[in-house]
Ligand binder design. Structure first.
Ligand code: THU
Length: 131
């Protein structure tokens, strides 16, 4: 298993998912080589849940890294679950070249599925259209 995958597996233990029971761990590698991890954090007010991918990328941004290179996401399901639409959009914000960003979904049994971010969110909204 790749190092980034191991970080995502370890981060999954930190998930706070008592409502959905769907535990997710994520790890991001930034262009500067630094890595950050995240997990989903739910709330008794269900709509306040935040996904693992977003807690990971927000950690990177808050540490000063803003250029995404690679993501690994760990769930317990088979086939491994890909990032939700909201997370795809947030990852795009920090991906100057989405064709160069690899997203890999894994599970603890060792299954893997990979895409580029460009495949997961083709023709995404990047803000170029904004005034
Ligand atoms: N979840 C993630 O952490 N990442 C995704 O990409 C999909 C969904 C979380 C949110 C919620 O805590 C639980 O999984 C069920 O939707």
């Amino acid at each position: 298993m790749k190092d980034l995958d191991k970080l995502a597996v370890d981060a999954q233990r930190l998930a706070h998912a008592p409502y959905s029971k769907f535990r997710v761990g994520a790890a991001v590698e930034m262009a500067d080589g630094k890595r950050y991890t995240g997990a989903n954090i739910e709330n008794a007010s269900y709509g306040l849940a935040i996904c693992a991918e977003r807690t990971a990328i927000f950690g990177a941004v808050l540490a000063g890294s803003r250029h995404l290179r690679e993501v690994s996401v760990c769930t317990d399901v088979s086939p491994p679950s890909s990032p939700c639409g909201a997370c795809r959009q947030v990852l795009l914000e920090f991906s100057p070249d989405p064709t160069a960003v690899t997203i890999t979904a894994i599970n603890p049994q060792g299954e893997r599925r990979s895409w580029t971010l460009a495949q997961l969110i083709p023709d995404g909204f990047t803000g170029k259209e904004l005034p």
